[in-house]
Design a protein around this ligand. Structure first.
Ligand SMILES: [Zn+2]
Length: 412
């Protein structure tokens, strides 16, 4: 009996010893891949404290691609990520297939969780802790300059702590509003093309110029256009321009298109995970300049970060959208100005922008009536004025002392 008690006690003792270790095993719960020009960042978010990690980078050998790996001691892959990504021999794989990054492979080893980034050429790997529960992998092609459009550690920290902090904005509030107006597409990227040949890139440039002019005249705003002519501007450059500007907000102007010519109306997007299938479709189309190959696009975007500016962006989206619907319905009637609502989607240009940002989709070039309206000067001028009205309302509602860029979101 005594021996039995001892055995029982031993088992209990072992259980107590093992339990804290088991409870501490942090799970990898989210992976975000930010793709830049010869520079990528991978954010690994765990649900518990990371005790220790090891990293290394290796050039390609024979048939194996170049690899960068990090071992997070005592960690495991969460069941949700296991099901979200593909099961392959040796672990779980997340396909990236963009800009030199092939895939991420997650393998459970006895020491913990190993994450291998498979790449087309070897890259310099630096690993930074992002607080207690996250690691940021920085992968740069040797001698390639850092890509400024990628989120920096400071931004990621504020994003993870649930606050929206504008980079460098706190010390230099803008006395007059500073606004980035982004005309979608341009140059070789035509955007949508209507039945009668109207090109989205031309319509949105006209609209963007009209909006910029009125913002300057009415609000005295300092306006930066991401393009002021018919040139191709990569999406990463648009975001970089926005981030470098210390602006108050970013509005990207597009015209819509859909497979069905019946679909018409106006919709406005802010950044969040795609809310429905049609939002995902619009995102695919507008992101096409960045990811010209299909397939992997959706998946990569699904793993990109949601900016900390969601709440402000949502407010901006509603103000601009409502002003556009009201302004145009007055002139054209509600049945012609169909309200498709404010939606969320993963637009690259919004993902990479750190300030409150929206993407406005003017009516459909794929709908004959909408296309005709978009060609009408009175329609465009009313649309531009309405957008400006929406921006003005947003700025008035979201600044305590006149126009200021130092807004933080309480309890986001
Ligand atoms: Zn577009």
């Amino acid at each position: 009996m005594t021996a039995g008690m001892t055995l029982k006690n031993t088992i209990l003792f072992l259980f107590l010893c093992l339990r804290p270790v088991a409870a501490k095993a942090a799970s990898l719960v989210q992976v975000m891949v930010f793709i830049g020009d010869r520079h990528a960042k991978v954010l690994l978010l765990l649900d518990g404290t990371i005790s220790d990690f090891e990293s290394r980078s290796a050039p390609p050998m024979g048939t194996t691609p170049a690899r960068a790996s990090v071992l997070i001691r005592g960690a495991v892959l969460s069941p949700s990520l296991k099901t979200a990504y593909q099961s392959v021999p040796g672990g779980t794989q997340m396909d990236v297939a963009q800009a030199g990054i092939d895939a991420l492979l997650f393998t459970s080893v006895s020491a913990g969780l190993q994450i291998v980034v498979e790449m087309q050429e070897s890259r310099t790997l630096s690993v930074f802790r992002q607080g207690d529960k996250a690691l940021l992998l920085d992968l740069r092609v040797p001698r390639a300059p850092p890509d400024d459009s990628l989120p920096d550690p400071e931004f990621l920290s504020s994003w993870m702590s649930g606050l929206s902090l504008l980079p460098q904005a706190a010390s230099t509030p803008n006395l007059l509003p500073k606004i980035i107006v982004d005309a979608g597409h341009g140059g070789k990227d035509l955007g949508a093309v209507g039945k009668t040949g109207t090109q989205e890139k031309d319509i949105v440039l006209e609209l963007a110029r009209m909006v910029a002019k009125e913002l300057r005249q009415k609000l005295g705003a300092d306006v930066i256009l991401t393009r002021d002519d018919d040139t191709f501007v990569p999406l990463v450059d648009r975001a970089a321009k926005a981030n470098a500007s210390n602006a108050d907000l970013f509005i990207s102007i597009h015209a819509n298109a859909a497979p069905s010519p019946k679909l018409h109306g106006i919709e406005t997007y802010y950044l969040d995970t795609a809310s429905d299938e049609s939002a995902a479709r619009v995102a695919m189309r507008e992101n096409a300049a960045l990811f010209p190959v299909g397939g992997a696009t959706e998946k990569v975007l699904a793993d990109l970060a949601i900016s900390g500016n969601t709440a402000l962006s949502r407010r901006l989206a509603f103000q601009v959208h409502n002003a556009a619907i009201v302004g145009l319905s007055e002139l054209y009637g509600q049945e012609r100005i169909h309200d498709l609502g404010v939606k969320t989607a993963l637009f690259y240009v919004l993902v990479s922008t750190r300030i409150p940002a929206i993407l406005f989709e003017a009516p459909f070039l794929s709908n004959p009536n909408d296309e005709m309206m978009l060609r009408t000067p009175a329609f465009k001028s009313r649309l531009a004025s309405s957008i400006v009205m929406g921006i003005q309302r947003y700025l008035e509602a979201n600044s305590s002392t006149g126009f200021s860029s130092t807004t933080t979101i309480p309890g986001l």
